[in-house]
Design a protein around this ligand. Structure first.
Ligand SMILES: [Fe+2]
Length: 358
């Protein structure tokens, strides 16, 4: 894996293993981009965010205000973030550092959040401000009850699960998909995730990984890649859906390929709750895929004031194991699900909230 040294501004990640061929000139494309705010910019944004109320009381007004604030980023940084969201040939993961933080942070909620003790909303402003540069925050009723700001916190009963509540197991490489009655789980899923760190784990060993499908494709042998590009896989619905709606039974998608699209801009779909191969060769290819992800992945140890912009179509993400103590000082991330456009998922919008979907 490619380890990111978060104490330096310059990336150490642009090794040949973690680079892809550019669509036009064959020059290497870095699949991770790093963005560091100057101190003065961090402080100016933080001051403005600290004066704002809880964004969830009027989310559209809040998003407009965040737009104003983040439009004040230095033009080079602003364009870098916008390009990340709008182009097919840009990096799949963005590591943003030196972001403002809340002055006083309450205990990490033991119930998985949200916290009822936050006195300011700087973290939420950072998360949603970055989100607004990529698209629109959206919710799904079966994921965190449709909330737009997801708290990602280890929960005692979920420590062994392949979910965002887990800690003691390695969360395999996957992207965030949502169950859909149309039979495809890779269509209405988020285009991007933003993951922002409020508090690191006690030992500081919890790592987030990102493996780009361009790097994965280069690392795989031709036969495995061909199998993964064949529609012989069925994605399982997310654990929350299986648990809460389907009585614990798997709910499998239509047969789909895991990797699809042009060679230089592939899309990859792997469900965290398991992919069922319909052939023995398919299962072997899935095993090879997880191994390839570990070979090419970027590794980031998120700290407070840092965020990851994750393209949920260009690549897969994973999380290392870590030890949760459930003592109020556990790892605390916040996350959004981001769509560039909500039009194509309007068939599942809820009547009560136009950003929340069934
Ligand atoms: Fe995830």
């Amino acid at each position: 894996m490619t380890v990111i040294d978060h104490t330096t501004v310059t990336t150490t990640a642009a090794t040949s293993a973690a680079a892809s061929a550019d669509a036009t000139n064959n020059a290497p494309v870095r699949t991770l981009t790093e963005i560091v705010l100057p101190d003065a910019v961090r402080d100016a944004i933080g001051e403005q965010l600290a004066a704002l109320p809880d964004p969830t009381t009027d989310i559209d007004l809040a998003m407009a205000r965040y737009h104003q604030i983040f439009a004040g980023l230095p033009i080079g940084i602003l364009q870098q973030m916008l390009d990340f969201g709008r182009h097919i040939d840009t990096a799949g993961v963005g590591y943003v550092r030196n972001l403002p933080v809340d002055r006083g942070l309450p205990d990490t909620p033991s119930d998985g959040g949200p916290s009822r003790d936050k006195a300011s909303y700087v973290a939420e402003g950072v998360l949603l401000g970055l989100t607004g540069l990529l698209g629109e925050p959206v919710g799904f009723l079966t994921e965190k009850r449709g909330q737009l700001v997801h708290d990602v916190i280890p929960v005692a009963g979920g420590s062994m699960t392949q979910t965002n509540q887990g800690s003691t197991v390695f969360l395999n490489f996957h992207n965030d998909i949502v169950h859909d009655s149309i039979g495809r789980y890779d269509v209405s899923n988020p285009d991007f995730l933003v993951l922002s760190c409020l508090r690191a784990d006690h030992e500081g060993v919890a790592a987030t990984y990102y493996a780009d499908a361009r790097d994965i494709s280069r690392a795989l042998d031709a036969g495995t890649l061909e199998t993964l590009r064949s529609p012989v896989f069925r994605l399982n619905a997310p654990g929350s859906y299986v648990r809460e709606v389907a009585g614990g039974n798997d709910v499998l998608s239509d047969p789909v390929p895991v990797i699809s699209g042009p060679d230089d801009s592939p899309e990859i779909s792997v469900s965290a709750n398991g992919v069922r191969a319909m052939t023995s060769g398919g299962q072997a290819a899935l095993d090879r895929l997880q191994a390839a992800c570990r070979e090419v992945a970027h590794e980031v140890f998120l700290r407070p004031g840092q965020a990851l912009l994750i393209n949920n179509r260009k690549g897969l993400h994973a999380r290392s194991q870590f030890t949760a103590r459930y003592d109020g000082a556990d790892r605390w991330l916040q996350r959004t699900y981001v769509r560039r456009n909500q039009w194509s998922i309007r068939y599942r919008v809820t009547p009560d909230n136009r950003r929340v979907h069934f």
